[in-house]
Design a protein around this ligand. Sequence first.
Ligand SMILES: Cc1cc2nc3c(=O)[nH]c(=O)nc-3n(C[C@H](O)[C@H](O)[C@H](O)COP(=O)(O)O)c2cc1C
Ligand SMILES: C=C(O[C@@H]1CC(C(=O)O)=C[C@@H](OP(=O)(O)O)[C@H]1O)C(=O)O
Length: 390
Amino acid sequence: MPLKVVTAGESHGPGLTTIVEGLPAGLELDQEAIDGDMARRQLGHGRGGRMKIEKDSAQVTAGVRHGRTMGGPIALQVANRDYKNWEERMNPWPVEADVPEVHLPRPGHADLAGVQKFGFTDVRNVLERASARETAARVAGGALAKAFLTALGVSVVSHVTQIGSVRAPELEAEPALDAFAGVDASPVRCLDADATKAMVGEINVLRKRNESIGGIFEVRAYGLVPGLGSHVSWEQRLDGVIAGALLSIQAAKGVGLGDGFDLAGRPGSEAHDEIFYSEERGYYRETNRSGGLEGGMTTGEPLVARVAMKPIPTLTKPLRSVDIATKEPAQALRERTDSCVVPAAGVVGEAMLAIVLAGAYRDKFGGDHIDDVRAAVEAYCTRIGWKPRS
Ligand SMILES: Cc1cc2nc3c(=O)[nH]c(=O)nc-3n(C[C@H](O)[C@H](O)[C@H](O)COP(=O)(O)O)c2cc1C
Ligand SMILES: C=C(O[C@@H]1CC(C(=O)O)=C[C@@H](OP(=O)(O)O)[C@H]1O)C(=O)O
């Protein structure tokens, strides 16, 4: 059974809930590791006032006993500290106060299509759920997927490669996992010190101009076995599943796997990864242009995905819009907002990739207890002569 992660909750409602279904029993979980990811998602230069209010923690309320999973659905709860400021506007039950409706849809947000689709007169009924506050719940679920992957020797990391017009230098041919150790110490989660400075400067300059800023993050997974996913049918192709999961992140607009869009302009001899074999290493590649995916399956090389994020839609100098009550021209809703969220989105990208990869391991190896899964992975590695890599 694949891993299922469902989230519920509105941005300014009482809180968020995540249900994770499909993890094996016996998996050790760690509150610090879960909350470590929750805190990492709140990082990054360019975030707005909301991050000063929230201090996210995901509390387990079902499916775990004495630090280990029991094989049933796991429930996690994340409180919205800001709810105390929104109790009248966001109360699940009717209130006496007259709560004004929002009528000014923001270009680039879910506002207009959402009210049209559901027949609402109040944009708030859309924006509350469309808000990327929901990514806190994804990261909570992703932390459990990461715990499962860690038990199988798989690590998922991310870093920022571009903010606005500033690009970090290309990474060396294939960086080792420990190259990412210090990335969270950078205010923009970038590996390069000079690029970091320039990125922070870019955010400051654009923010002063009432602009918002996009960029690119890269997410990587190390220690995968070859053969996750499948070439046999379209919905099992892991490249498609990964791209879909990453594109589902709010404001994500493009995904490149491996060398991605650059491959389109190269001759074939410079686009693929030649195959080698030695007794010591088994099959291996000297390049990783494919980003660890061929034919919809993992190759066992590091999995590399890049995600392009558009600039945030809410602008401090709003774009033109229409009042949906009067149909008169108006300025879009102007409210508290982030100006750049690429560093935070990288952590969400880790969660989404971890959820997909954990599901792929569940699909391929089954098992009721984590020891069953480990044994199945080991048996498979023995059959194909694969030596685990990090
Ligand atoms: C971590 C994170 C924080 C975000 N913060 C804001 C914000 O403060 N204001 C805003 O207008 N959009 C913000 N966004 C982007 C919107 O949620 C997103 O553009 C919107 O849901 C529309 O989705 P789409 O851009 O994928 O079409 C944020 C996105 C992420 C990933
Ligand atoms: C709350 C989070 O992100 C929010 C995502 C978001 C949006 O429109 O997507 C709008 C902002 O919310 P607010 O209107 O309360 O300032 C962000 O802060 C978060 O990441 O935890």
